[in-house]
Write a protein that binds this ligand. Structure first.
Ligand SMILES: NC(=O)c1ccc[n+]([C@@H]2O[C@H](COP(=O)([O-])OP(=O)(O)OC[C@H]3O[C@@H](n4cnc5c(N)ncnc54)[C@H](OP(=O)(O)O)[C@@H]3O)[C@@H](O)[C@H]2O)c1
Length: 263
């Protein structure tokens, strides 16, 4: 479907990737509804883009329901909001695990559940689900995050198959390490030399491409990282050994320390 003239609900629009996605969708001619919790950030972006703000806490089921009900007629849903949920399993409280599952996994499912029927009735629409390379390749310190992002990959692929032929497309996006803004940039992690990154603008362009070309899955990472994720799917033990050798445990510890404040 065409982005121009469509209405799009973007969750996580106050975050690093969400802001870039919103700007790119607006530049392509969409009318936007921006969601997140930080109303001041959303208001500033909405002023810039001529968008509407719909603040919601996606860890709260009633808020998710209200957000979906108020915007059940959107043409495009970009379920982008997410928590980094990094760290070894026993560093999490039960409440932190619940919040990660609610925001990262339950909220996108419930939003799609509420919004897809009207798209199907109109015979047009697109749902974009923000997964991660951590939704293809597990690593130490990402058990909770990977559980949500693998879950989103399965959800998006299965929903895409269910909606095939209805005119409604579903895409999953798999960013690697994204520089300049967002949860990786905020964490101040030093990656092994030579590990490549992509920009929020690359992710935003992938979102538009996913919608306009109805692509099932798009990775947003340098080729070696994409290849690593593919190998992880075919030979998980080999990929895990390579990651360990490349200092995976040390990097995991950096992520845990740098993202504790986002639990
Ligand atoms: N950055 C990367 O390198 C990277 C790589 C792979 C995948 N991703 C995925 O990309 C997406 C966006 O990440 P980002 O890098 O832009 O992170 P970010 O800058 O930390 O932004 C996270 C967004 O999620 C929203 N959010 C968090 N908790 C929420 C809650 N309880 N209710 C409603 N909204 C909530 C935040 O809104 P408020 O703060 O206003 O509540 C914010 O807009 C996430 O799904 C992430 O997993 C990012």
């Amino acid at each position: 479907m065409k982005v121009a003239g469509a209405t799009a609900l973007v969750t996580g629009a106050s975050g690093g990737l969400g802001q870039a996605i919103a700007r790119r969708l607006a530049a392509a001619g969409a009318s936007l509804i921006l969601s997140g919790r930080r109303a001041s950030v959303l208001d500033a972006l909405a002023g810039e883009l001529g968008a509407t703000v719909a603040a919601a806490d996606l860890a709260d089921a009633d808020s998710v329901r209200a957000l979906a009900a108020a915007h059940a007629d959107v043409d495009i849903l970009v379920a982008n909001a997410g928590l980094p949920a990094s760290g070894v399993l026993d560093s999490f409280t039960e409440e932190q695990i619940d919040r990660a599952l609610l925001v990262n996994l339950r909220a996108p499912i419930m939003l799609a559940h509420a919004i897809a029927p009207a798209m199907v009735a109109r015979g047009a629409g697109h749902i974009v689900i923000m997964s991660s390379l951590s939704g293809k390749a597990p690593a130490a310190g990402s058990s909770i995050y990977s559980a949500t992002k693998f879950g989103l990959r399965g959800f998006a692929g299965a929903l895409r198959a269910e909606l095939h032929g209805t005119g409604v497309g579903v895409s999953a996006i798999f960013p690697g390490f994204i520089r300049d803004a967002g949860m990786f940039e905020d964490a101040n992690v030093t990656l092994p030399r030579g590990t490549g990154t992509k920009s929020p603008e690359h992710v935003a362009r992938a979102v538009v491409r996913a919608i306009e070309r109805n692509r099932g899955e798009i990775g947003v990472a340098p080729i070696p990282l994409k290849l690593g994720a593919t190998i992880s799917g075919i030979a998980p033990e080999l990929a895990a050994a390579v990651t360990r050798k490349a200092g995976g445990d040390e990097i995991a510890a950096q992520f845990q320390a740098g993202q504790l404040d986002k639990r």
